[in-house]
Design a protein around this ligand. Structure first.
Ligand SMILES: *Cc1c(COP(=O)(O)O)cnc(C)c1O
Length: 414
């Protein structure tokens, strides 16, 4: 389900026509369906009824998106002090925040301890020592889990696989017991959980299940040593359908975890990002020029790789939908490209579309790792963002101004 449909050849998101959004807010512009956000959160809550749902902020950190989830009682998975500040600004509950990432700094750790987060997902011995030192300085207990690198191949794009031993993430599974022993002996550290996250855009359950399976002997060995855990964090990574990928329903992922974990006492945490927001978002853009030619026909649009980086970064495939369908223009196979001066600047290739100059297009399944990965490359202001709620559409992020792009620069100081 894409939460968009045609009525009389005009594309709608909920009850609002994309054409009206483009006229009112301009392009390029990200558009999100609030109903779609709510539906994916509820889907997770139903599939994992006893788990704490910690939405991975990096997929889309817009305050309105975070607020939507916070109001449902969601927790959050963060990877920086900036994301911590975003969650707090959006009304998120600090005691439902887990903090992941390989490079937490002393300043970030201090902010998170002062905020009272649920748990640090620790990714190295060095990080454990730093957290212990900061906690001791503040005289605050630091709750920790170790992120275990289970060495499983998640069968996804190499840039988004994280649970192989050659990846930078997590503690090698063989070293885990030592990590826990060291942590248990530290005065300002409280060991509370175990964590994994093997990669993103997973479409098969087997690697996920293998990884969960590998955690069990670690948890049991810890129990025998008197280190008992409060939670097991299964990470995120569950994929979505961009083109024709089949992704098992959430209930099957939950059932697979359940089969392995049985009725253990530890509480489950899940950290989905992409699956919570991808389908809710569209990147709305205008065709600036049509440039037919050989061998490629280019439709040059006003959104570019700085707005949506996934095609350039991973050769990701996104659906492209014309905002108004024409029946008087023959279909041509277009490469949809942006104005940025890079050959990698494309949004889609070889799409059969009936396009005219100044038409609008909507790039679908763009709610995850779209806006959050955007940049100002080529001195392009970041796009506006709009939330649709039934028959209402409102601005949730203003388009950046050109002046803001160099507001932090001083020029030469001679
Ligand atoms: C990115 C990330 C997630 C979310 O991944 P998705 O593929 O978007 O679900 C969850 N946990 C950690 C530690 C991450 O780095």
């Amino acid at each position: 389900m894409m939460f968009a449909e045609y009525k009389n050849d005009s594309l709608y998101i909920e009850k609002v026509a994309f054409a009206d959004i483009a006229r009112q807010f301009g392009t390029p512009c990200y558009v999100y369906s609030r109903a779609a956000l709510l539906e994916s959160a509820r889907e997770f809550m139903e599939a994992f009824p006893d788990a704490l749902l910690c939405y991975a902020v990096k997929a889309n950190g817009n305050l309105a998106v975070l607020e939507t989830f916070a109001k449902l009682g969601c927790g959050f998975d963060i990877v920086s002090g900036g994301e911590l500040a975003r969650v707090i600004a959006a009304g998120g509950t600090p005691s439902k925040i887990v903090y992941s990432g390989v490079g937490k700094t002393a300043e970030e750790i201090e902010c998170a301890l002062n905020a009272g987060i649920l748990c640090f997902n620790v990714e190295s011995f060095s990080e454990l020592d730093l957290i212990a030192a900061v906690a001791e300085k503040l005289k605050l207990m630091a709750p920790v889990s170790f992120r275990v690198n289970p060495d499983v191949d998640p069968k996804t794009h190499p840039y988004i696989s994280t649970g192989l031993k050659e990846n930078k993430f997590g503690i090698p599974i063989e070293a885990c017991l030592d990590a826990y022993r060291r942590a248990a002996a530290l005065p300002y550290i409280r060991v509370i959980g175990i964590d994994m996250h093997i990669g993103s855009q997973l479409t098969a359950i087997a690697p996920f299940a293998d990884a969960v399976q590998k955690l069990l002997p670690v948890i049991d060995a810890l129990n025998r040593e008197g280190i008992s855990l409060h939670h097991i964090d299964l990470g995120g990574g569950i994929g979505v359908t961009y083109r024709d990928e089949t992704v098992p329903p959430l209930k099957e992922w939950a059932a697979a975890a359940q089969r392995i974990l049985g009725n253990r006492a530890e509480r489950l945490i899940v950290e989905p990002g992409r699956r919570m927001v991808a389908r809710a978002g569209f990147l709305l853009s205008r065709v600036i020029h049509l440039k037919p030619g050989s061998p490629h026909q280019f439709a040059i649009v006003d959104a570019a790789m700085n707005d949506l980086m996934r095609p350039a970064l991973y050769e990701a495939w996104h659906p492209v939908l014309p905002v108004v369908q024409h029946h008087d223009v023959p279909k041509t196979h277009w490469n949809i490209v942006g104005p940025v001066c890079e050959t990698a600047d494309f949004l889609a290739k070889d799409r059969a579309l009936s396009l005219k100059q100044n038409d609008w297009i909507a790039v679908g399944v763009a709610g995850a790792y779209g806006s959050s990965m955007s940049s100002n490359y080529n001195a392009r202001p970041r796009a506006a963002e709009v939330m649709v709620d039934g028959d209402r559409a409102y601005l949730i992020r203003k388009r950046e101004t050109i002046e803001s792009l160099f507001a932090n620069e001083t020029g030469l100081i001679l």
